[in-house]
Design a protein around this ligand. Structure first.
Ligand code: PLP
Ligand code: COI
Length: 336
């Protein structure tokens, strides 16, 4: 197989249109047979539910080339399950979880020439998503839906690669108690756009959200969960209003079972974050991006950046994803 002629090492996190995407339509109460299409555009009515009432949710996962030249992806079954949760909360029909994984495999296989080579630092980002597609004007769910997966080759999510991030404690909120913070709905991202533009304008890489009820504990950032290190312990916020990151859940297991660390998933108080030595943002796009500084209204809290513990976590997780370290059963889905 000949790869596309791309400068893989210099890719940022942007959209590059690839050859094939998967599409399935839901009509008359059932999913029609889905399949691949070359058409990257979607035509729909001006009154489509997604356009009026943002009835949409999405997922994100990556395909990699391993050290022995295989193409694999990481725990797609967990993306399928999380998308099912998002759909139930958004009153959208669940795309069957097994079919989701098959559709991921089909999409990657068809775009194999777009999967970055081993060692390039890039990967093929997959974006499964679903939206309400028929015309709805009274506030209610759509009757017809489309499920799609496209693929796009990407490099690091944060500009500057591994340069430690500077993030700020946000004054705006991301998720309300009993709201939709725990699912991957487009609306959670729409409402964060104002805040991320403002953060960038003020020189910050991301917003760290605190809980909106008491504003006393740390939740997550706009596009990643957060981890802290103290000695040999990994501490990460437990909250009903954050996205259950697959990367974070995997890191907890890596820390315990591969690195012999202690792990604490618990409320993390804003008032205790100066007691940690290292901090990182974790997610599919972010992988583990080291934080150098959290700014809390004029007070700087500094961390080691890519410190020794975050480096070990990063190396082990990447090692598993790249096929250099044997992962737990079921973590690596071989594609071709
Ligand atoms: N939190 C938010 C708000 C996200 O958008 C993401 C990205 O998917 C994550 C956390 C990380 O989740 P995952 O590790 O499953 O990609
Ligand atoms: C991902 O990591 O897959 C996400 O969806 C985060 C998004 C901010 C790009």
């Amino acid at each position: 197989m000949e790869r596309k002629n791309i400068d893989w090492g210099n890719l940022g996190f942007g959209y590059v249109q690839t050859d094939w995407r998967y599409v399935a339509n839901f009509k008359n109460g059932q999913w029609e047979e889905g399949g691949l299409t070359a058409d990257a555009n979607i035509t729909m009515n001006e009154c489509a539910c997604v356009l009026q009432y943002a009835q949409t949710c999405f997922e994100g996962l990556k395909a990699y080339t391993t050290v022995d030249g295989k193409i694999v992806c990481f725990r797609p079954d967990l993306n399928a399950a999380r998308m099912a949760d998002s759909c139930r909360r958004m009153k959208m029909p669940v795309f069957p979880e097994e079919k989701f994984v098959e559709a991921v495999i089909e999409t990657v296989r068809a775009n194999a020439q777009w999967v970055p080579p081993y060692g390039s630092g890039a990967s093929l980002y997959l974006r499964p998503f679903m939206f309400g597609s028929d015309s709805i004007i009274g506030v209610k769910p759509a009757n017809e839906f489309q499920f799609r997966i496209f693929a796009t080759p990407v490099g690091p999510y944060f500009k500057g690669g591994v340069k430690p991030l500077t993030v700020r404690i946000s004054d705006l909120d991301r998720a309300a108690p009993r709201g939709t913070g725990h699912i991957k709905a487009g609306l959670n991202y729409a409402m964060s756009l104002y805040n991320i533009v403002d953060a960038h304008e003020q020189g910050y890489d991301e917003n760290v959200y605190v809980d909106s009820a008491t504003r006393t504990h740390i939740e997550e950032t706009g596009g990643a969960n957060i981890i802290f290190i103290k000695g040999n312990t990994l501490v990460t916020p437990k909250s009903d209003t954050i996205l259950p990151s697959i990367t974070r859940r995997s890191l907890l297991q890596v820390a315990k079972d591969y690195l012999g660390m202690e792990v604490e998933e618990r409320e993390v108080l804003l008032s205790e974050i100066d007691q940690f030595t290292e901090c990182g943002l974790c997610g599919t796009a972010a992988v583990i991006s080291p934080v150098g500084k959290i700014v809390d209204h004029g007070k700087d809290i500094s961390y080691a950046g890519m410190g020794p513990v975050i480096q070990k976590l990063y190396d082990t997780l990447r090692g598993i994803q790249m096929g250099q370290i044997e992962g737990p059963a079921g973590w690596i889905q071989e594609i071709c």
